[in-house]
Design a protein around this ligand. Structure first.
Ligand code: 3PG
Length: 307
């Protein structure tokens, strides 16, 4: 029977672990949990005898894959799989999956939390601004983008989206304005929220050319990955424009430079926490368990990302 390791530096909620254990127990799989491990080596040491691995943002490097001689499947409980060495997995015929959409609402709610917090001057008691009637541009319109649009309508914001993989009809059927090029998205929205993955094409792609197009009082919202930002260009914009603001679910590497000069104009969560809700953990954790069971029992590779 397959043996499953759930290895997460940032633990799933206990309810998620309980549900995952139950699902695996029901089909006779063994489950082990490795949480809050301190070093990468702890993961490398732990994986050896497992057939399946569930992770969150944990780094599944070539070393991890090479140390796991029985491994057949890795499921990233969440959306972004930039933490998994897909090439190393493919070489060993290991299937890699994500659980798309399962934590999208949690991420979108956090993005709005950061937007409100910043619009109200970080709750310092001074008069702030409202989100109502402001424009919100969604850079990519996947699962999180869709949740953003739904919530934005409740705030009576004007929502538009650019997604290089989606056509006008798909975006407009949600009552969201279609943007056919990325420059116009930045040019015409006070708030721009990032929902792109981190990969070769997107790394450092949010640069001066785009940010400098944003209108007065522009706010960049990042619940995606810090790697997509060109930090040199971000600093340049902060320096040139005292109206520009940035909120992000994880601090950039240039955090100290921003803190030294631009306090009040940015907010960063202390630790990446967009998906850190009980609901998202249960959704993503149970989806990961079900996908692993479907893979072993039926050969189902529906959510494979290393095809
Ligand atoms: C994702 O890609 O699903 C989110 O960034 C969540 O990441 P986490 O599981 O590390 O919280």
């Amino acid at each position: 029977m397959p043996k499953v390791l759930i290895a997460t530096v940032k633990p799933f909620a206990p309810e998620a672990i309980k549900g995952m254990r139950e699902l695996f127990n029901n089909v006779g799989y063994e489950t082990e949990v490795l949480e809050k491990y301190q070093e990468q080596n702890d993961l490398i040491q732990a994986v050896e005898n497992y057939d399946a691995l569930v992770v969150r943002s944990d780094k599944v490097t070539k070393e991890v894959i090479d140390a796991a001689s029985n491994l057949k499947i890795v499921v990233r409980g969440g959306a972004g799989y930039d933490n998994v060495d897909l090439e190393a997995a493919s070489v060993k015929n290991i299937v890699v999956m994500n659980t798309p959409g399962q934590n999208a609402n949690a991420v979108a709610e956090l993005a709005f939390g950061m937007m409100v917090y910043q619009a109200r001057n970080q709750f310092n008691g001074k008069a702030g601004r409202e989100l109502m009637s402001k424009s919100l541009g969604l850079h990519a319109y996947g699962n999180v983008g869709k949740c953003m649009a739904r919530i934005a309508k409740g705030f009576a914001m004007e929502v538009s989206a650019f997604d290089p993989f989606l056509d006008k009809e798909t975006i407009e059927q949600d009552g969201v304005k279609f943007m056919d090029n990325v420059e116009d998205l930045y040019r015409s929205n006070q708030y721009v929220s990032l929902h792109i993955p981190a990969n070769e094409e997107t790394r450092e792609s949010i640069n001066y050319n785009l940010l400098s197009l944003m209108p007065e009082n522009g706010v960049l919202v990042n619940s995606a990955r810090k790697e997509v930002i060109h930090e040199g260009d971000l600093l340049k914009i902060f320096n040139e424009r005292d109206d520009f603001q940035y909120v992000s679910d994880i601090a950039p590497d240039c955090k100290e430079e921003l803190q030294a000069k631009y306090n009040g104009r940015f907010y960063f969560t202390p630790k990446k926490m967009g998906a850190q809700t009980k609901e998202a953990n249960i959704n993503a954790g149970l989806a990961a368990a079900k996908q692993i069971i479907a893979f072993f029992e039926k050969g189902d590779t529906n959510f494979q990302v290393n095809k």
